[in-house]
Design a protein around this ligand. Structure first.
Ligand code: G4P
Length: 541
């Protein structure tokens, strides 16, 4: 039973730079799975471009996105779990965390724009975690770029080898369809926003005159030339190279027209990895193990200010999760039982009795979970790979109502447990420093502190450039650094000291003065040096 359940699960995320077509593609995949029946059902999940500082809008979106955070559906006897990732860059950290809970990703690229800023950052995270990637080049109905130049750009900018599995015939107004190089089938394009199936013609040998009949001699000749180049230039497709995150298969299509999506989905279920093993601080946990384990990668607060309860999203990593059974919360060292665990099937939430590795369950939380908490059947370990990254903007939290100091303190701690922002405490003067990736999060924080905790605050800009976690083998130097930089040191939620550098110059001086101190832009430096390197590059971009 367990083996079968494992083999048929595919848990993945769809990532893209905003506007490339992530929401549209998600929706089409759900339509294929019969999980939704109308277009537009997922659309509202998105934080729109206009919402830059409209927090009412954010609240509305937040409510909707609880339901679509995880979208599970059945397709051809596969159980597919799509984990939603916010496209807006201000919520990038949420996306990075969600990527810790997937086994693979589909990356959507706009064929007009090619690789964009968020594409690079997201791919850096995928590379750092060796997540297998399939690329979908979208909007072929638009006058986009030459497919070869797009592939070149993907390879050089994203640092991954590519191999096209479908190939476009024309583009924009001259777009005629795609040839499936894997299955040797021709799929002709006709713009349609509602149809699911396309006319697919088997053409095993491209030399066949049948090809000319369907797409005309000029296009047929061009396709023959281009496929010859593909065969000559790109390494043959090898599933292991994809699983090892060395090579990304590429598909071309138009999500809005439902074109090329079925090829993508059919190949995806066939080649994408089933639930993968995960590292802990003690050992590697295999999904096939008998005992349950899982970790929390996302926490969602209740929208109703009268109810402080939250939903914690737990990725099942091994064994079988069962309702009403006691599980061990390894940080609190406490047994906890869940009476109403939920699963997420497309837009519906329902109580479940059990769940398998790869599944994401919603656990009702009255405040005992923090992001990255681990649940087991008694073993004392924590899952690794959920680092915190240095925030990009820092503000000092100022209490505006002395009678509400307790509420403010509680509120900001809980929001930081949820991962809305990072909280650093500077002992001198008891200063609370809030760090985020984007301005919009400050709006969310202010709004939620007031509405959920009745606490009024100001968030004053601070002259801080980056937060560096640090380590040293030289304890004398470490202590000296702590004392000398006293005013620039604060403590994160795990009470680890961080160096809050005012600018790259102050960081450079610190590095020169203390050569035996190692600085890290993520909180998980001890476990994965490659990750640190990759994230440092990420931070520098
Ligand atoms: P995102 O989640 O990655 O941000 O992108 P989303 O799916 O919302 O798509 C962004 C815009 O691109 C949308 O247009 C969408 O309709 C359009 N789009 C998606 N796929 C295709 C495609 O294959 N071809 C073309 N031509 N357009 C595509 P919008 O005007 O921003 O929104 P809407 O008014 O259409 O909803």
């Amino acid at each position: 039973m367990k083996k079968k359940e494992l083999a048929r699960r595919r848990t993945f995320g769809i990532i893209s730079h905003p506007d490339a077509g992530k929401t549209t593609l998600t929706e089409k995949l759900l339509l294929f799975g019969g999980a939704i029946h109308t277009a537009g059902a997922v659309k509202s999940n998105k934080i729109t471009k206009t919402a830059t500082s409209d927090f009412m809008e954010i609240e509305k979106q937040r409510g909707i996105s609880v339901a679509t955070s995880v979208m599970g559906f059945e397709y051809n006897n596969y159980k597919i779990n799509i984990l939603d990732t916010p496209g807006h860059k201000d919520f990038a950290e949420d996306t990075y965390r969600t990527l810790t809970a997937v086994d693979s990703v589909i990356l959507v690229i706009d064929c007009v724009k090619g690789v964009e800023e968020q594409t690079r950052k997201l791919m850096n995270v995928c590379r750092m975690r060796s997540i297998p990637v399939i690329i979908f080049i979208n909007k072929l109905d638009r006058e986009g770029r030459d497919p070869f130049s797009l592939l070149d750009e993907l390879e050089s900018e994203l640092g991954i080898h590519t191999h096209p599995l479908t190939w476009p015939i024309g583009i924009g107004l001259r777009f005629q369809g795609v040839y499936n190089l894997y299955e040797r089938k021709l799929n002709l394009f006709s713009p349609s926003k509602t149809r699911i199936s396309d006319d697919i013609i088997a053409i095993g040998n491209l030399a066949s005159p049948k090809l000319d009949e369907h797409i005309g001699s000029d296009s047929a000749e061009k396709l023959r030339e281009e496929t010859a180049i593909i065969e000559g230039v790109y390494e043959p497709f090898n599933k292991d190279h994809y699983s090892d995150a060395y090579l990304a298969p590429v598909f071309f299509g138009s999500a809005i027209n439902n074109f090329g999506v079925k090829e993508l989905l059919d190949t995806f279920v066939e080649i994408a990895p089933s639930p993968q093993p995960r590292e802990t601080n003690l050992r590697k946990v295999e999904p096939s193990e008998d005992v349950f384990s899982g970790f929390i990668f996302k926490i969602h607060a209740n929208l109703d200010p009268n109810h402080r309860d939250r939903i914690a999203f737990c990725r099942v990593c091994s064994g079988r999760f069962e309702r009403n059974k006691y599980y061990y919360h390894t940080r609190l060292e406490k047994e906890i039982r869940f009476a109403t665990p939920t699963s997420f099937m497309a837009n519906e939430k329902s109580i479940i009795d059990d769940a398998w590795p790869g599944d994401v369950i919603g656990l009702y939380d009255t405040g005992f979970f923090k992001i990255s908490d681990t649940l087991t059947e008694g073993e004392q370990f924590v899952f690794k790979g959920i680092p915190r990254f240095s925030p990009e903007i820092f503000r000092q939290l100022i209490n505006k109502n002395p009678f509400k100091a307790k509420q403010l303190d509680k509120g900001i701690r809980q929001l930081s447990d949820e991962g809305v922002a990072q909280l650093f405490l500077r002992q001198q003067g008891n200063i609370k420093i809030v760090g985020t990736v984007g301005e919009m999060q400050f709006e969310v924080i202010k709004f939620r502190l007031l509405h959920e905790y009745g606490a009024e605050c100001d968030l004053q800009p601070m002259n801080i450039h980056k937060a560096y976690w640090f380590t040293s083998k030289n304890s004398e130097q470490y202590e000296r650094f702590l004392n000398l930089q006293n005013l620039h040191i604060a403590y994160d939620k795990d009470n680890h000291p961080v160096f809050l550098a005012e600018g790259s110059w102050s960081f450079n001086i610190a590095q020169e003065m203390f050569p035996e101190i190692e600085f890290h832009l993520t909180s998980e430096f001890k476990t994965n040096e490659d990750a640190v390197q990759s994230i440092q590059q990420w931070g520098e971009k």
